[in-house]
Design a protein around this ligand. Sequence first.
Ligand SMILES: *Cc1c(COP(=O)(O)O)cnc(C)c1O
Length: 397
Amino acid sequence: MNHLEADNRSSLLPRVTIDREALQANWRTLARLNRTGRTGAAVKANGYGLGAVPVALALAEAGCRDFFTAWVEEGAELRPALDEAGIGDARIYILQGVDLTDIPLCLDARLTPVLSTLAQIAAWGEGLERADRRAPAALQFETGMNRLGLDESALPIVEAAMHGALDVSMVMSHLASADEDPDQSEHQRARFMGIADRFPGAERSLANSAACFLGPDYTLDLTRPGIALYGGRAGPQSDGRPNTVATLSAAVLQIREARTGERAGYGGSARLERPTRIATVGLGYADGYLRTLSGAGIPMRGLSPGPHAVLAGHSVPILGRISMDLTLLDVTDLPEDAIQPGDRAEFFGPNVALDEVAAAAGTIGYELLTGLGQRVRRSWSSPIARVEHSREARYSE
Ligand SMILES: *Cc1c(COP(=O)(O)O)cnc(C)c1O
Protein backbone atom coordinates (compact mmCIF):
# COMPACT_ATOMS: atom_id res chain seq x y z
CA MET A 1 0.00 0.00 0.00
CA ASN A 2 1.27 3.41 -0.92
CA HIS A 3 1.54 5.47 2.23
CA LEU A 4 1.13 8.68 0.28
CA GLU A 5 -2.38 7.84 -0.85
CA ALA A 6 -5.49 8.07 1.22
CA ASP A 7 -6.95 4.62 1.41
CA ASN A 8 -10.65 4.88 1.79
CA ARG A 9 -11.75 1.78 -0.08
CA SER A 10 -14.73 0.54 1.76
CA SER A 11 -14.23 -2.72 3.55
CA LEU A 12 -15.73 -4.60 6.47
CA LEU A 13 -12.37 -4.68 8.23
CA PRO A 14 -12.02 -2.78 11.47
CA ARG A 15 -10.55 0.60 10.70
CA VAL A 16 -8.69 3.33 12.46
CA THR A 17 -9.13 6.61 10.66
CA ILE A 18 -6.34 9.08 11.28
CA ASP A 19 -7.02 12.78 11.03
CA ARG A 20 -3.88 14.21 9.50
CA GLU A 21 -4.79 17.86 10.11
CA ALA A 22 -5.57 17.14 13.77
CA LEU A 23 -2.24 15.37 14.20
CA GLN A 24 -0.42 18.32 12.67
CA ALA A 25 -2.44 20.81 14.73
CA ASN A 26 -1.52 18.97 17.93
CA TRP A 27 2.16 19.14 17.00
CA ARG A 28 1.89 22.86 16.23
CA THR A 29 0.21 23.49 19.59
CA LEU A 30 3.09 21.78 21.40
CA ALA A 31 5.61 23.63 19.23
CA ARG A 32 3.99 26.98 20.11
CA LEU A 33 4.14 26.15 23.80
CA ASN A 34 7.85 25.56 23.48
CA ARG A 35 9.68 28.90 23.57
CA THR A 36 13.11 27.47 24.27
CA GLY A 37 13.88 24.91 21.58
CA ARG A 38 12.72 22.44 18.95
CA THR A 39 9.74 20.15 19.22
CA GLY A 40 10.28 16.56 18.25
CA ALA A 41 7.93 13.57 18.13
CA ALA A 42 7.92 10.10 19.62
CA VAL A 43 6.97 7.77 16.75
CA LYS A 44 8.01 4.52 18.44
CA ALA A 45 5.76 1.47 18.44
CA ASN A 46 4.66 2.12 14.87
CA GLY A 47 3.79 5.74 15.55
CA TYR A 48 1.70 4.79 18.62
CA GLY A 49 -0.06 2.21 16.49
CA LEU A 50 -1.09 4.57 13.71
CA GLY A 51 1.77 3.92 11.29
CA ALA A 52 5.25 5.33 11.90
CA VAL A 53 5.99 6.33 8.32
CA PRO A 54 2.81 8.23 7.49
CA VAL A 55 2.78 9.80 10.98
CA ALA A 56 6.38 10.99 10.61
CA LEU A 57 5.72 12.35 7.11
CA ALA A 58 2.67 14.27 8.32
CA LEU A 59 4.64 15.70 11.25
CA ALA A 60 7.58 16.53 9.01
CA GLU A 61 5.21 18.48 6.84
CA ALA A 62 4.19 20.47 9.93
CA GLY A 63 7.86 21.19 10.63
CA CYS A 64 9.09 18.38 12.87
CA ARG A 65 12.70 17.30 12.30
CA ASP A 66 13.43 15.15 15.37
CA PHE A 67 11.92 11.69 15.63
CA PHE A 68 12.23 9.21 18.47
CA THR A 69 11.88 5.47 17.93
CA ALA A 70 12.64 2.69 20.38
CA TRP A 71 14.62 0.32 18.17
CA VAL A 72 17.16 0.57 15.38
CA GLU A 73 14.83 -1.43 13.13
CA GLU A 74 12.10 1.18 13.62
CA GLY A 75 14.48 4.01 12.80
CA ALA A 76 15.82 2.18 9.76
CA GLU A 77 12.28 1.87 8.38
CA LEU A 78 11.74 5.59 8.80
CA ARG A 79 14.93 6.86 7.21
CA PRO A 80 14.28 5.99 3.53
CA ALA A 81 10.76 7.44 3.76
CA LEU A 82 12.10 10.71 5.17
CA ASP A 83 14.90 10.81 2.59
CA GLU A 84 12.44 10.18 -0.21
CA ALA A 85 10.25 13.01 1.08
CA GLY A 86 13.21 15.36 0.89
CA ILE A 87 13.96 15.64 4.60
CA GLY A 88 17.35 14.03 4.79
CA ASP A 89 18.31 16.42 7.58
CA ALA A 90 15.80 14.94 10.04
CA ARG A 91 17.32 13.35 13.15
CA ILE A 92 16.13 9.91 14.23
CA TYR A 93 16.97 8.94 17.82
CA ILE A 94 16.97 5.33 19.03
CA LEU A 95 15.77 5.38 22.63
CA GLN A 96 16.82 1.82 23.51
CA GLY A 97 20.37 2.37 22.33
CA VAL A 98 22.38 -0.21 20.42
CA ASP A 99 24.52 -3.27 20.79
CA LEU A 100 27.44 -4.09 18.52
CA THR A 101 25.32 -5.98 15.97
CA ASP A 102 23.00 -2.98 15.50
CA ILE A 103 25.71 -0.50 14.67
CA PRO A 104 26.19 -1.09 10.90
CA LEU A 105 22.45 -0.57 10.33
CA CYS A 106 22.49 2.39 12.69
CA LEU A 107 25.27 4.04 10.68
CA ASP A 108 23.78 3.20 7.29
CA ALA A 109 20.44 4.73 8.27
CA ARG A 110 22.11 7.72 9.98
CA LEU A 111 20.40 7.01 13.28
CA THR A 112 21.45 8.62 16.56
CA PRO A 113 21.53 6.03 19.34
CA VAL A 114 20.62 7.12 22.84
CA LEU A 115 23.25 5.33 24.93
CA SER A 116 22.09 4.44 28.42
CA THR A 117 24.74 2.08 29.81
CA LEU A 118 28.51 1.94 29.86
CA ALA A 119 28.31 -1.29 27.87
CA GLN A 120 26.41 0.55 25.13
CA ILE A 121 29.02 3.31 25.11
CA ALA A 122 31.78 0.74 24.77
CA ALA A 123 29.94 -1.08 21.98
CA TRP A 124 29.33 2.18 20.15
CA GLY A 125 33.04 3.04 20.34
CA GLU A 126 34.00 -0.37 19.03
CA GLY A 127 31.37 -0.28 16.29
CA LEU A 128 32.59 3.10 15.06
CA GLU A 129 36.16 1.87 15.05
CA ARG A 130 35.28 -1.29 13.10
CA ALA A 131 33.35 0.75 10.56
CA ASP A 132 36.00 3.47 10.57
CA ARG A 133 33.29 6.10 10.88
CA ARG A 134 32.41 9.01 13.12
CA ALA A 135 28.83 9.73 14.13
CA PRO A 136 27.06 11.56 16.95
CA ALA A 137 25.31 9.79 19.82
CA ALA A 138 22.99 10.92 22.59
CA LEU A 139 23.24 9.94 26.25
CA GLN A 140 20.41 9.18 28.64
CA PHE A 141 20.91 9.78 32.35
CA GLU A 142 18.84 8.24 35.12
CA THR A 143 17.53 10.92 37.47
CA GLY A 144 14.91 9.21 39.60
CA MET A 145 12.78 6.80 37.62
CA ASN A 146 15.08 3.80 38.02
CA ARG A 147 14.27 2.61 34.55
CA LEU A 148 16.97 3.16 31.94
CA GLY A 149 19.96 5.47 31.90
CA LEU A 150 23.49 6.17 33.01
CA ASP A 151 24.07 7.03 36.65
CA GLU A 152 25.78 10.25 37.54
CA SER A 153 28.65 8.16 38.91
CA ALA A 154 29.44 7.08 35.32
CA LEU A 155 30.42 10.64 34.36
CA PRO A 156 34.21 10.17 34.65
CA ILE A 157 34.12 7.14 32.32
CA VAL A 158 31.81 8.98 29.92
CA GLU A 159 34.15 11.95 29.87
CA ALA A 160 37.09 9.66 29.15
CA ALA A 161 35.16 8.14 26.22
CA MET A 162 34.60 11.65 24.88
CA HIS A 163 38.34 12.03 24.49
CA GLY A 164 38.01 9.10 22.09
CA ALA A 165 35.26 8.45 19.53
CA LEU A 166 32.25 9.43 21.64
CA ASP A 167 30.68 12.58 20.14
CA VAL A 168 27.71 13.58 22.32
CA SER A 169 25.15 15.66 20.43
CA MET A 170 22.36 15.47 23.01
CA VAL A 171 21.85 14.52 26.65
CA MET A 172 18.45 13.53 27.99
CA SER A 173 16.56 12.12 30.93
CA HIS A 174 12.99 10.97 31.36
CA LEU A 175 10.43 12.14 33.92
CA ALA A 176 8.49 9.59 35.94
CA SER A 177 5.53 11.76 36.90
CA ALA A 178 5.40 14.86 34.70
CA ASP A 179 1.62 14.57 34.75
CA GLU A 180 1.07 14.14 38.46
CA ASP A 181 3.95 14.93 40.79
CA PRO A 182 5.58 18.38 40.46
CA ASP A 183 7.99 17.67 43.34
CA GLN A 184 9.38 14.53 41.75
CA SER A 185 9.67 16.32 38.40
CA GLU A 186 11.52 19.24 39.96
CA HIS A 187 13.88 16.90 41.76
CA GLN A 188 14.63 15.05 38.51
CA ARG A 189 15.03 18.32 36.62
CA ALA A 190 17.55 19.68 39.11
CA ARG A 191 19.59 16.50 38.94
CA PHE A 192 19.46 16.52 35.16
CA MET A 193 20.58 20.15 34.88
CA GLY A 194 23.56 19.41 37.09
CA ILE A 195 24.57 16.56 34.79
CA ALA A 196 23.82 18.47 31.57
CA ASP A 197 26.18 21.26 32.68
CA ARG A 198 29.01 18.81 32.15
CA PHE A 199 28.13 18.66 28.42
CA PRO A 200 28.22 22.28 27.30
CA GLY A 201 28.27 21.37 23.61
CA ALA A 202 25.26 19.04 23.74
CA GLU A 203 21.55 19.78 23.41
CA ARG A 204 19.36 18.99 26.41
CA SER A 205 16.04 17.11 26.29
CA LEU A 206 13.77 16.28 29.19
CA ALA A 207 10.12 16.72 28.21
CA ASN A 208 7.57 14.09 27.22
CA SER A 209 4.03 15.30 26.36
CA ALA A 210 3.05 16.18 29.91
CA ALA A 211 6.27 18.11 30.54
CA CYS A 212 5.73 20.19 27.37
CA PHE A 213 3.14 22.04 29.49
CA LEU A 214 5.55 22.77 32.35
CA GLY A 215 7.30 25.76 30.79
CA PRO A 216 10.81 26.67 29.70
CA ASP A 217 12.55 24.98 32.64
CA TYR A 218 11.43 21.69 31.12
CA THR A 219 11.22 22.27 27.37
CA LEU A 220 14.94 23.12 27.06
CA ASP A 221 16.48 22.49 23.61
CA LEU A 222 14.31 19.64 22.38
CA THR A 223 11.01 18.09 23.50
CA ARG A 224 9.82 14.54 22.82
CA PRO A 225 6.01 14.48 22.95
CA GLY A 226 4.17 11.33 21.99
CA ILE A 227 0.67 10.74 23.33
CA ALA A 228 -0.49 14.37 23.10
CA LEU A 229 0.22 14.33 19.36
CA TYR A 230 -2.07 11.36 18.95
CA GLY A 231 -4.94 12.87 20.90
CA GLY A 232 -4.37 11.18 24.25
CA ARG A 233 -4.52 13.00 27.53
CA ALA A 234 -1.10 13.95 28.79
CA GLY A 235 -2.14 14.82 32.33
CA PRO A 236 -4.03 17.49 34.21
CA GLN A 237 -1.56 20.22 33.24
CA SER A 238 -2.62 19.99 29.64
CA ASP A 239 -5.55 22.33 29.77
CA GLY A 240 -7.41 22.03 26.54
CA ARG A 241 -7.65 18.50 25.25
CA PRO A 242 -5.63 17.68 22.18
CA ASN A 243 -7.60 17.26 18.97
CA THR A 244 -8.90 13.76 18.40
CA VAL A 245 -6.62 12.06 15.90
CA ALA A 246 -7.64 8.40 15.81
CA THR A 247 -11.13 6.98 15.32
CA LEU A 248 -11.61 3.23 15.70
CA SER A 249 -14.64 1.89 13.88
CA ALA A 250 -16.01 -1.49 12.90
CA ALA A 251 -18.83 -2.73 10.69
CA VAL A 252 -22.11 -4.32 11.72
CA LEU A 253 -22.17 -7.86 10.30
CA GLN A 254 -25.58 -9.02 11.53
CA ILE A 255 -28.58 -7.72 13.48
CA ARG A 256 -30.36 -10.29 15.64
CA GLU A 257 -33.51 -10.30 17.75
CA ALA A 258 -33.23 -12.22 21.02
CA ARG A 259 -35.87 -13.02 23.66
CA THR A 260 -35.95 -12.28 27.34
CA GLY A 261 -34.08 -14.97 29.26
CA GLU A 262 -31.72 -15.85 26.40
CA ARG A 263 -28.05 -15.36 26.83
CA ALA A 264 -25.44 -13.78 24.57
CA GLY A 265 -21.76 -14.29 23.86
CA TYR A 266 -19.16 -16.73 25.24
CA GLY A 267 -20.05 -18.22 28.56
CA GLY A 268 -23.57 -16.86 28.13
CA SER A 269 -22.44 -14.14 30.47
CA ALA A 270 -25.01 -11.59 29.27
CA ARG A 271 -28.51 -12.66 30.42
CA LEU A 272 -31.12 -10.72 28.53
CA GLU A 273 -33.70 -9.09 30.75
CA ARG A 274 -35.82 -7.78 27.91
CA PRO A 275 -36.38 -8.56 24.24
CA THR A 276 -33.04 -7.40 22.86
CA ARG A 277 -31.82 -6.39 19.42
CA ILE A 278 -28.17 -7.24 19.06
CA ALA A 279 -25.74 -5.87 16.47
CA THR A 280 -22.76 -8.14 15.92
CA VAL A 281 -19.76 -6.07 14.94
CA GLY A 282 -16.46 -7.13 13.34
CA LEU A 283 -13.99 -6.08 16.00
CA GLY A 284 -12.41 -8.10 18.77
CA TYR A 285 -9.53 -8.41 21.14
CA ALA A 286 -7.27 -9.56 18.30
CA ASP A 287 -7.72 -6.05 16.94
CA GLY A 288 -6.70 -4.52 20.25
CA TYR A 289 -10.22 -3.92 21.52
CA LEU A 290 -9.41 -5.37 24.89
CA ARG A 291 -11.44 -8.21 26.38
CA THR A 292 -11.55 -6.27 29.65
CA LEU A 293 -14.00 -3.96 27.85
CA SER A 294 -16.61 -6.74 27.85
CA GLY A 295 -20.09 -5.74 29.00
CA ALA A 296 -20.45 -8.75 31.26
CA GLY A 297 -18.58 -11.84 32.34
CA ILE A 298 -15.28 -10.06 32.95
CA PRO A 299 -14.49 -8.38 36.24
CA MET A 300 -15.15 -4.74 35.53
CA ARG A 301 -13.23 -1.81 36.85
CA GLY A 302 -16.03 -0.28 38.89
CA LEU A 303 -16.94 1.99 36.06
CA SER A 304 -20.32 3.36 35.20
CA PRO A 305 -21.57 3.70 32.62
CA GLY A 306 -19.70 0.74 31.22
CA PRO A 307 -17.95 0.61 27.88
CA HIS A 308 -20.01 1.60 24.91
CA ALA A 309 -19.79 2.41 21.21
CA VAL A 310 -21.60 5.01 19.14
CA LEU A 311 -23.77 3.77 16.30
CA ALA A 312 -26.09 5.89 14.14
CA GLY A 313 -25.59 8.78 16.53
CA HIS A 314 -26.57 6.82 19.63
CA SER A 315 -24.53 5.49 22.48
CA VAL A 316 -24.91 1.71 22.63
CA PRO A 317 -23.60 -0.59 25.38
CA ILE A 318 -21.30 -3.52 24.79
CA LEU A 319 -23.10 -6.77 25.48
CA GLY A 320 -21.43 -9.83 27.00
CA ARG A 321 -17.88 -10.90 26.38
CA ILE A 322 -15.73 -9.50 23.61
CA SER A 323 -14.38 -12.33 21.50
CA MET A 324 -11.36 -12.50 19.22
CA ASP A 325 -13.02 -11.07 16.13
CA LEU A 326 -16.49 -10.00 17.24
CA THR A 327 -18.22 -7.71 19.69
CA LEU A 328 -21.95 -7.52 20.49
CA LEU A 329 -23.79 -4.23 20.87
CA ASP A 330 -27.18 -3.81 22.50
CA VAL A 331 -29.06 -1.71 19.94
CA THR A 332 -32.56 -2.26 21.35
CA ASP A 333 -33.02 1.43 22.10
CA LEU A 334 -32.18 2.56 18.59
CA PRO A 335 -35.04 3.52 16.25
CA GLU A 336 -36.24 0.47 14.30
CA ASP A 337 -34.64 1.31 10.95
CA ALA A 338 -31.64 3.22 12.25
CA ILE A 339 -29.02 0.67 11.29
CA GLN A 340 -28.28 -2.03 8.78
CA PRO A 341 -25.41 -4.43 8.17
CA GLY A 342 -22.36 -2.59 6.87
CA ASP A 343 -22.95 0.47 9.05
CA ARG A 344 -19.97 1.35 11.21
CA ALA A 345 -19.86 1.83 14.96
CA GLU A 346 -17.29 4.11 16.61
CA PHE A 347 -15.36 2.51 19.47
CA PHE A 348 -13.19 5.51 20.17
CA GLY A 349 -12.90 8.83 18.40
CA PRO A 350 -14.68 12.18 18.50
CA ASN A 351 -17.74 10.74 20.27
CA VAL A 352 -16.12 8.17 22.54
CA ALA A 353 -13.02 9.54 24.26
CA LEU A 354 -9.96 7.33 23.96
CA ASP A 355 -9.04 7.97 27.59
CA GLU A 356 -12.49 6.98 28.81
CA VAL A 357 -12.38 3.71 26.89
CA ALA A 358 -8.93 3.12 28.34
CA ALA A 359 -10.21 3.81 31.86
CA ALA A 360 -13.04 1.33 31.31
CA ALA A 361 -10.47 -1.29 30.31
CA GLY A 362 -8.30 -0.54 33.34
CA THR A 363 -5.52 0.92 31.23
CA ILE A 364 -4.32 4.08 29.47
CA GLY A 365 -4.82 5.50 25.98
CA TYR A 366 -1.22 4.63 25.10
CA GLU A 367 -1.94 0.93 25.44
CA LEU A 368 -5.12 1.06 23.38
CA LEU A 369 -3.35 2.85 20.53
CA THR A 370 -0.15 0.82 20.51
CA GLY A 371 -2.15 -2.39 20.87
CA LEU A 372 -4.23 -1.84 17.73
CA GLY A 373 -4.01 -5.11 15.81
CA GLN A 374 -2.23 -5.54 12.51
CA ARG A 375 -5.41 -6.23 10.59
CA VAL A 376 -7.01 -2.95 11.62
CA ARG A 377 -6.94 -0.90 8.44
CA ARG A 378 -5.10 2.40 8.87
CA SER A 379 -6.97 4.94 6.82
CA TRP A 380 -5.96 8.59 6.48
CA SER A 381 -8.46 11.40 6.33
CA SER A 382 -6.57 13.06 3.52
CA PRO A 383 -3.51 12.24 1.49
CA ILE A 384 -0.08 13.14 2.79
CA ALA A 385 1.46 15.77 0.60
CA ARG A 386 5.10 15.57 -0.25
CA VAL A 387 7.17 17.74 1.98
CA GLU A 388 8.59 20.68 0.05
CA HIS A 389 11.96 20.92 1.61
CA SER A 390 15.29 19.58 0.74
CA ARG A 391 18.57 19.90 2.42
CA GLU A 392 21.37 17.43 2.46
CA ALA A 393 21.91 15.46 5.61
CA ARG A 394 24.65 16.76 7.83
CA TYR A 395 26.20 13.58 9.00
CA SER A 396 29.88 12.83 8.95
CA GLU A 397 30.96 9.68 7.17
C1 LIG B 1 7.71 7.27 24.97
C2 LIG B 1 8.67 8.29 25.42
C3 LIG B 1 8.39 9.65 25.26
C4 LIG B 1 7.02 10.16 24.83
O1 LIG B 1 6.18 10.07 25.96
P1 LIG B 1 4.65 10.61 25.94
O2 LIG B 1 4.20 10.43 27.34
O3 LIG B 1 3.92 9.73 24.98
O4 LIG B 1 4.67 12.02 25.50
C5 LIG B 1 9.39 10.56 25.56
N1 LIG B 1 10.60 10.13 26.03
C6 LIG B 1 10.88 8.83 26.23
C7 LIG B 1 12.21 8.43 26.78
C8 LIG B 1 9.92 7.87 25.95
O5 LIG B 1 10.20 6.57 26.20
